[in-house]
Design a protein around this ligand. Structure first.
Ligand code: ADP
Ligand code: MG
Length: 325
């Protein structure tokens, strides 16, 4: 191989916003069999927005028949447990203020919009792929998905009816493609906040083109099953795996590399939790809109966060390689 062709090739790709950090990528790109995508921030824009704020009394009232008396009262303003919608958002946002996750940013932004002051959290802990923990006034606070509450035994310790209704509401919301997050304060489920993220405009076209090139496409996400399924269907990806923990993204890459010894595995991601998978994959493509660590771990960085450049980088490599041979 002539080093000049590689250098020229890398230079041309850069003009399109495709930064090839590793020259070897040009050789491997033509042999990709499987392309794995992260969901949040990769197939989707990664700018979720708060959609619903449902406090515990709402959950109860939604599943039980409302009496006429209740119908007029604004439950979210004055709950019988004394938690207003503002209190609810304040608690969640105060905990999320300690996290840099896209979901956390969206929730903190929401509190700012409502001019809600944040309060100090003690014993903060990040439970990767599940949520956050801490204490306020020496009472435990949990903000996260179903897996986090299961891990903490909340559904068992909480009143059976409340647990049942909360889970039913969670299912209903996630079916609508929303990411649903519980707030548990002082061991009691207070409610759910939901967020929604948009699919990138060219995700579908990217997946279609890769499939046409004979590449198997797979999406991995830490998000819930139903949201994952909706996103997967809307972009036409071959397969998806939901509720994947960060270390499992790496394990999946290794597993595919071990079963498919001839083909190469490409991984496209943006987050901190994608970094190990980006390094492990034969070709790691990081989105320039992503985290620094993802960009450091990738062999290729797409500057404009344009997903269609995944296809362009493969085609480009093929062109350079034919010229070299
Ligand atoms: P993805 O693989 O889609 O980028 P993550 O692994 O970062 O997702 O997160 C998976 C899930 O963990 C989220 O959908 C959410 O339910 C929960 N989670 C992660 N971080 C937080 C957070 N800061 N607050 C609440 N929930 C979180
Ligand atoms: Mg992501």
């Amino acid at each position: 191989a002539t080093p000049t062709a590689v250098t020229v090739g890398i230079g041309r790709a850069a003009e399109y916003g495709i930064l090839i950090k590793n020259g070897e990528t040009l050789e491997t790109s033509g042999h990709v069999d499987v392309a794995i995508f992260d969901k949040t921030g990769t197939i989707t824009e990664g700018n979720p927005e708060v959609v619903d704020v449902i406090i515990f009394d709402d959950i109860k009232n939604n599943t039980e028949t409302k009496s006429d008396e209740d119908a007029d009262s604004d439950i979210s303003e004055e709950s019988q447990f004394g938690m207003t919608e503002n209190d609810f958002i304040q608690m969640i946002a105060s905990l999320e203020n300690n996290s840099t996750h896209p979901l956390a940013n969206a929730i903190v932004r929401k509190a700012e919009e409502l001019s809600i002051d944040l309060i100090k959290i003690s014993d903060f802990e990040n439970v990767t792929g599940k949520g956050l923990k801490g204490t306020i006034n020496n009472k435990n606070i949990l903000v996260g998905n179903k897996a986090l509450l299961e891990e903490e035994g909340i559904f068992e310790s909480e009143d059976t009816n409340i647990s049942f209704n909360a889970l039913e509401k969670y299912d209903e919301l996630t079916k609508q493609s929303k990411t649903a997050i519980f707030l548990v304060y002082n061991e009691s489920i207070k409610g759910i906040i939901t967020l929604m993220d948009k699919v990138r405009p060219n995700s579908k076209a990217t997946i279609e083109q890769l499939k046409r090139m004979g590449i198997f496409t797979l999406m991995l996400t830490g998000d819930n099953e139903k949201t994952a399924k909706n996103v997967a269907n809307s972009v036409g990806i071959d397969d998806y795996i939901a509720e994947v923990l960060p270390n499992e993204k790496l394990e999946k890459v290794v597993e595919i590399q071990n079963t498919d010894k001839k083909g190469k595995v490409l991984f496209v991601g943006d987050g901190i939790n994608d970094a190990p998978a980006l390094s492990q994959a034969d070709i790691g493509i990081a989105l320039g809109s992503g985290t620094d660590i993802a960009m450091e771990s990738g062999d290729v960085v797409l500057m404009e966060g344009n997903l269609e450049n995944v296809v362009a980088s493969i085609q480009f490599s093929n062109k350079v390689m034919t010229r070299i041979k």
